[in-house]
Design a protein around this ligand. Structure first.
Ligand code: NAI
Ligand code: MG
Length: 354
């Protein structure tokens, strides 16, 4: 099975973690009938410095012609905010990647790295945030003046339906019992429409329980009883905030994967963290967020949940033996980015051979 993967290494620690993602893809191709072609699609701050654009046309063409995009992180401290980073918005909007999928899973072996007390963690944390990724405030409709500024929040029925449908289908596929919708329907018109559509669509999924929670209440439930959530669907801005809150529950920003997805089309997989200028070039960044993004790629773009599961187990087993500094443990080896990637690769190799 031939697949073309576009590669955006990006800035800072981006290239370091992307190399470990590629390592995993190469292991899969060695032991299965997958065959990958990797094509570079440079984007971000370093690229901007050379070409005066953060997403050269050639890169975007390469991305559009691929089956999936593996993306590191972009942003440089010596550039004004957004100069590099707006490339991400261009890709999301340009490819209509309306789903931002962010799983937040606390591995049992990392329980002690979770900032919550054990009584709040309860039976564990395994939540998938499904965030609307193309509408709402982040579409940046409005104007910036000297004395006032405005942003218009627009949600369409079509936009709400497609993201809510994806959330229910995701819950069904993963045998989740409950889908939680997060909104602000007591205040916002957009949330009133969202909630109405959520309830209409829940009728098609009678085996799945539903609940509505206001965004303000949700932020406290997420630290008070995270174990009660499975699939959580929400709009663009609320999703941005609560998925970052959730990300820290698993021990480190370096652990979190994400997918920017349009089912059946080119989708983009990236760790949730940024370019981490403070640790870039030191070879100590945690590659797991990127490796788990590759796992998402197999599940969502290539429909290979079996390979996804093997990558997940390989990560969990590796965490019992060694860790990068952000999640280090006194009783285990502290590993570099490359050695962590090697360890996970060797675990994965055994699983694919079996
Ligand atoms: P950041 O995520 O880069 O770093 C925050 C903290 O987490 C730092 O202390 C960093 O060392 C640590 N960290 C991040 N990734 C890590 C990893 N893999 N392993 C271990 N520790 C890790 O966020 P920050 O500092 O706010 O942003 C830096 C740059 O990245 C900015 O230019 C920002 O705009 C950009 N950014 C880009 C994103 C993207 O490309 N999708 C997402 C978030 C930020
Ligand atoms: Mg964010």
């Amino acid at each position: 099975m031939k697949k073309i993967i576009a590669i955006t290494r990006g800035d800072g620690c981006g290239p370091e973690v992307v190399n470990e993602g590629i390592k995993i893809l190469k292991i899969v191709s060695e032991f299965t009938d997958y065959d990958f072609e990797f094509n570079d699609a440079p984007a971000g701050g370093e690229v901007w410095k050379v070409f005066g654009t953060n997403l050269p046309e050639k890169s975007f063409d390469t991305i559009k012609k691929s089956d999936a995009l593996l993306f590191g992180a972009i942003g440089l401290p010596d550039l004004p905010p957004g100069v590099a980073e707006s490339a991400i918005m261009k890709i999301r909007q340009g490819l209509d990647l309306y789903i931002n999928l962010r799983p937040v899973k606390l591995y049992d072996v990392l329980r002690e790295k979770c900032p919550l007390k054990s009584e709040f963690i309860g039976k564990g944390i395994d939540i998938t945030f499904v965030r609307e990724n193309t509408e709402g405030l982040y579409k940046n409709i409005g104007k910036l003046g000297e004395d006032s500024a405005e942003n218009l929040m627009v949600y369409s029925r079509e936009g709400c339906e497609r993201i809510i449908k994806f959330a229910f289908e995701f819950a069904k596929k993963n045998r989740h019992k409950i889908v939680t919708s997060v909104d602000k329907a007591n205040i916002l018109n957009t949330s009133k429409l969202w909630r109405k559509i959520f309830h209409e669509m829940s009728g098609d999924y009678s085996n799945i329980e539903t609940e509505d929670i206001y965004i303000d209440a949700f932020t406290q439930w997420l630290i008070r009883a995270p174990h009660r959530f499975q699939t959580v669907v929400t709009g663009n801005m609320f999703g941005d905030i609560i998925s970052d809150e959730g990300a820290f529950l698993v021990g480190s920003l370096g652990m979190g994967p994400s997918g920017n997805i349009h089912p059946g089309k080119v989708s983009m997989y990236e760790p949730i963290h940024g370019s981490a200028p403070d640790i870039a070039g030191k070879g100590i960044a945690n590659p797991i967020g990127t490796i788990l993004s590759v796992k998402l790629m197999f599940e969502e773009s290539f429909h290979s949940s079996e390979i996804g599961k093997k990558i997940d187990t390989a990560v969990e087993e590796a965490l019992l033996e060694g860790r990068t500094t952000d999640i280090k443990s006194d009783s285990l080896k502290t590993l570099t980015t490359i050695k962590m990637g090697d360890l996970i690769s060797s675990k994965l190799k055994n699983k694919l051979k079996a």
